[in-house]
Write a protein that binds this ligand. Structure first.
Ligand SMILES: [Zn+2]
Length: 149
């Protein structure tokens, strides 16, 4: 593929004759194929809505498969690419003065929009709800008071 020749009249939807990233539809299609084959299902229609609905419906099962890391990386890559293209990446705010319970570092952030009040940049398992984050802030503030009366 090069940028000098005439553009394709149709959307490029297959992985053939491509350099760089695999097209979105082909990534989704290959994972839908894996799910359909291993679960004995007919493949969904080859469009984004049908394929993402299929993958979402089987997400719990997917999470138990040995290839879940590859799945996560490839789907995460699609999400990242979409966020770059559409400039819709969540805004990140560093939460100062509070340390993560997992690693003890000042690496807690809040994403806008986001699902949690705080998440650690180092520890994927450290996610705090509004209540948990308030308790963490209060607990660490009390700890500081006892050190510096
Ligand atoms: Zn941490």
């Amino acid at each position: 593929m090069n940028l000098l020749g005439p553009a394709s009249r149709q959307a490029v939807t297959d992985a053939q004759d491509q350099t760089g990233e695999t097209p979105f539809l082909e990534v989704l299609w290959s994972w839908c194929g894996a799910v359909a084959e291993e679960r004995g299902l007919t493949p969904p229609k080859k469009n984004v809505t049908a394929m993402t609905a299929r993958l979402t419906a089987h997400l719990t099962w997917v999470a138990e498969q040995p290839w879940v890391v590859d799945f996560s990386e490839e789907i995460g890559g699609l999400v990242y690419a979409v966020q770059k293209i559409t400039m819709t990446a969540p805004r990140k705010q560093l939460l100062k003065g509070v340390t993560c319970l997992g690693c003890g570092m000042s690496s807690l952030v809040r994403y806008f929009p986001g699902d949690y009040a705080a998440e650690c940049l180092n520890c994927p398992s450290q996610k705090y709800s509004d209540r948990d984050y308030e308790l963490l802030v209060q607990g660490q503030a009390r700890g500081l008071e006892s050190v510096n009366p």
